[in-house]
Design a protein around this ligand. Structure first.
Ligand SMILES: NC(=O)c1ccc[n+]([C@@H]2O[C@H](COP(=O)([O-])OP(=O)(O)OC[C@H]3O[C@@H](n4cnc5c(N)ncnc54)[C@H](OP(=O)(O)O)[C@@H]3O)[C@@H](O)[C@H]2O)c1
Length: 354
């Protein structure tokens, strides 16, 4: 089969013939039809992000495709089924605290490298071999829409956070960093889950676009960097208690921008931290204790989230048509890397079609 191979950090991906994957028990081989290119993929391939990758590797986290072969222990999958591939692979020998890799992106931890050695290659290839539990049926789709279905990979991140925050219909969620790729998806998911959303960001045009897309279900706050002022603005925009905060700020943001949002939550509220902040965030112990505040970190999403998200899409609560997709064939994968870096932001996707 044809695949894009990363042979050395900093080198372009080489599109070449590699051996087809071989099926094992508990695994599925998928003919990859479309796979998303992350905005920061170039930083991963250059080594700048210091992701744990043993080279050479076929990168590519997740995607959409058709089942090519199934192991003997699957009961519902059939050859030809359209499926979504979840790159979040968990070790099977510790169900309480498994080691987790993102297949085709990073081992996540030294301990998880062993798992990455088996589920080594990702989806920038005509075929990919994945654990059966990482496959979700999406039902019949038009092949032309396969790229759009890759939005699952974006939507599932904030969905993981909102599930962890037990967001309920009728509640108010504050999405911090809502003008980003994942934050804007968080706004869409929050609305789909029945919540009112307070959306923060700095980019006024992006904030106005969120209001245009979601109407009065979303109120926006332009952040200034003054922690107290920003928090007051958020609480005013909520026009009532903030039940849940979802933070998705990137590494460049200062921790005070996170604190501005977290401290806006109501007594007995929940705050979910999913962003890339590197500095510690000082939170007042006495406030957390007396107000019974729940603070929780969340990486990725639980296994059943994909099927639930497919349900939200199938019901029309999430509209894949909202995503603008630019597609590249596998031969042009390096152009896709550059395009993704230069075209990030809300409701935009760069997709490779192997
Ligand atoms: N936990 C997980 O499972 C998981 C999975 C994937 C990604 N992530 C994390 O999600 C984060 C967001 O990713 P993304 O692609 O959505 O990022 P993004 O597109 O760059 O968006 C970042 C958001 O943060 C704001 N922002 C950017 N720089 C800032 C600064 N210096 N100070 C204050 N605000 C700033 C942006 O506001 P404006 O554009 O309005 O200026 C925007 O709202 C990343 O850090 C990534 O690590 C987490």
């Amino acid at each position: 089969m044809k695949a894009a191979v990363l042979k050395a950090l900093g080198a372009p991906l080489a599109v070449e013939s590699v051996p087809d994957p071989v099926l094992g028990t508990g695994e599925v081989i998928v003919d990859v039809v479309a796979t998303r290119m992350l905005a920061y993929a170039g930083e991963v391939f250059s080594g700048e992000r210091q992701y744990l990758l043993e080279l050479p590797i076929v990168p590519g986290p997740g995607g959409v495709g058709r089942v090519r072969a199934v192991g003997p222990d699957a009961t519902r999958l059939a050859v030809g089924d359209w499926v979504s591939i979840d790159p979040t692979v968990r070790s099977r020998d510790d169900t309480v605290s498994p080691d987790i890799i993102l297949q085709g992106l990073t081992a996540g931890s030294q301990a998880a490298l062993r798992l990455q050695r088996h589920y080594h290659d990702g989806a920038f290839a005509q075929q990919v071999r994945v654990p059966t539990e990482n496959i979700s049926l999406i039902g019949a789709i038009d092949a032309a829409d396969a790229g759009r279905w890759c939005a699952l990979g974006t939507l599932l991140i904030p969905y993981g956070g909102l599930l962890a925050g037990r967001l309920a219909a009728g509640e108010t969620v504050l999405v911090n960093g809502a003008t980003g790729a994942f934050g804007s998806a968080g706004v869409a998911v929050g609305v789909a889950m029945g919540a009112s959303v307070v959306a923060t960001g700095r980019n006024e045009a992006a904030l106005a676009d969120l209001e245009r897309r979601f109407g009065n279900r979303v109120r926006t706050v332009k952040m200034t960097g003054n922690e107290e002022d920003d928090r007051r603005q958020m609480q005013r925009a909520a026009d009532g208690p903030v039940d849940c905060v979802l933070d998705l700020l990137p590494p460049m943001a200062e921790s005070s921008w996170v604190r501005a949002a977290v401290l806006a939550v109501r007594p007995c509220g929940r705050a979910i931290l999913m962003g890339g902040i590197r500095d510690d965030v000082a939170l007042p112990y006495a406030w957390m204790m007396r107000e019974c505040i729940e603070i929780r970190g969340q990486w990725m999403y639980p296994r059943d989230a994909t099927q639930r998200m497919i349900g939200l899409i199938r019901s029309g609560l999430i509209r894949l048509e909202d995503f603008a997709v630019t597609e590249f064939p596998l031969d042009k994968v390096n152009e896709a890397v550059a395009h993704a870096a230069g075209n990030t932001g809300p409701f935009k996707m760069t997709v490779v079609r192997p």
